[in-house]
Design a protein around this ligand. Structure first.
Ligand SMILES: Nc1ncnc2c1ncn2[C@@H]1O[C@H](COP(=O)(O)OP(=O)(O)OP(=O)(O)O)[C@@H](O)[C@H]1O
Length: 286
C-alpha cells in the first residue's frame, strides 16, 4: 500500500495553507510530522484522510486516484483511521461498548467477530473489560483518549493518523500509549502518520520525519539522517535546535544505547555526538 501526493495545494478563504506538497507514504513506516504551530501539519493529515474536499494536485492510493464524488469533491478515505487532537471531538456514544462497536457495525461485522475485535483492541490498548458499560464522557482524559484510539483501531485502518495523541498525558501514560501503538503498527505492518511536538518521541518511534514550514513540505527524510546529519533543517523550519545534551538523548533514543559523555561540559557532550556521527560515517552539516 502506497499513498502519494503530487503537487498538492490547499487554499482556504483565499489563503494558500498547503503549497505544492509531493510525498510518498510507504507501507509499514512510522512517519512523524513536525513543524511550527500553523505550519500546515493538521491540514496535510486532513488531506490524506480525505477531509478536505477541494485541493489542487493529485492524490493516489497504489497508483490509482482516490475516489471523488460527482461534483469532483474528495471523499473521506474509509481505510484510513484518524485520531483527532481532542478525543472529545470523536467520541459520541453513551457507553464504551457502543463507541467501540460503531464502526464495525457499520461495516456489517458479525456479533462473534465483534466480540473478538473488542477483546483484541481492549487488550492492545491495555484497557479493562470493566470499562465497556461506562460512559466514555465520564472517564479521565487519559482513558477517553485510549477509548478514542481503540475505536479507530478496531476498524483495522491500513494507515493511522495520530494528531498529537499524547497531548495532556503524563510521561508514564505517554510512553505506555506510544509503545502500544508502536507494537500494533509493527505487528500489522501498518503506516502511521504521527503529528508531534515531542522530539524524543519522534526520535524513538519514527522511521521517517516530514518537516513542514509555512504550508510547504521542507523535507522528508529518514529519522537517523535528521538527528545524525541534517539537524540544521530544524533551524530552517523555525524550530528550536536541540541543546547538545538533548541531541545526545535523541541519538540514544534512535540507537537504543546509553551514551555517557566524559562530563557534563558542552564540549565533551559535542565530542561524543561527533564520535557517534563519525562511527556512522556521517558528517554534521549543522
Ligand atoms: N478551515 C480553515 N479556515 C481558515 N484557516 C485555516 C483552516 N484550517 C487551517 N487554517 C489555517 O491554516 C494554517 C495551518 O493550520 P494547521 O492546523 O494545518 O497547522 P498545524 O501545523 O497543524 O498547527 P498546530 O501545530 O498549531 O496544530 C494556520 O494558519 C491555520 O490558521
Amino acid at each position: 500500500m502506497v499513498y502519494e501526493l503530487n503537487d498538492v495545494s490547499v487554499r482556504i478563504n483565499g489563503e494558500e495553507i498547503l503549497q505544492s506538497v509531493s510525498c510518498t507514504l510507504k507501507e509499514g513506516k512510522w512517519i512523524s510530522i513536525i513543524g511550527q504551530a500553523g505550519a500546515g501539519k493538521s491540514t496535510f493529515a486532513k488531506v490524506i484522510k480525505g477531509l478536505i474536499p477541494f485541493f489542487k494536485g493529485e492524490y493516489t492510493h497504489n497508483q490509482q486516484p482516490l475516489p471523488r464524488d460527482s461534483k469532483g469533491n474528495m471523499k473521506v478515505v474509509p481505510q484510513i483511521g484518524y485520531v483527532f487532537q481532542f478525543p472529545e471531538h470523536q467520541i459520541f456514544e453513551t457507553t464504551v461498548y457502543k463507541e467501540l462497536t460503531f464502526a464495525p457495525k457499520v461495516k456489517g461485522e458479525s456479533p462473534e467477530r465483534l466480540e473478538e475485535a473488542i477483546m483484541m483492541v481492549m487488550g492492545q490498548m491495555g484497557l479493562s473489560g470493566d470499562l465497556l458499560q461506562e460512559n466514555p464522557f465520564q472517564l479521565s482524559g487519559g482513558l477517553k483518549r485510549l477509548i478514542a484510539i481503540a475505536s479507530v483501531l478496531i476498524a483495522e485502518p491500513e494507515l493511522l493518523i495520530l494528531d498529537e495523541p499524547t497531548a495532556g498525558l503524563d510521561p508514564i501514560s505517554r510512553t505506555a500509549l506510544l509503545k502500544q501503538l508502536k507494537a500494533w503498527q509493527g505487528e500489522k505492518n501498518r503506516t502511521v502518520l504521527f503529528i508531534s511536538h515531542q522530539l524524543e518521541d519522534v526520535a524513538e518511534y519514527s522511521d521517517e520525519v516530514m518537516i513542514f514550514k509555512k504550508g510547504r513540505l521542507l523535507v522528508h527524510l529518514d529519522v537517523n539522517e535528521l538527528f545524525l546529519k541534517h539537524i540544521a533543517f530544524m533551524e530552517q523550519a523555525g524550530l528550536p535546535l536541540p541543546e547538545p545534551i538533548q541531541l545526545l538523548r535523541l541519538i540514544e533514543a534512535i540507537s537504543g544505547r546509553i551514551l555517557e559523555p566524559a562530563s557534563c561540559r558542552e564540549e565533551d557532550i559535542m565530542q561524543l555526538v561527533r564520535s557517534v556521527w563519525q562511527s556512522r560515517g556521517l558528517q554534521n552539516d549543522g
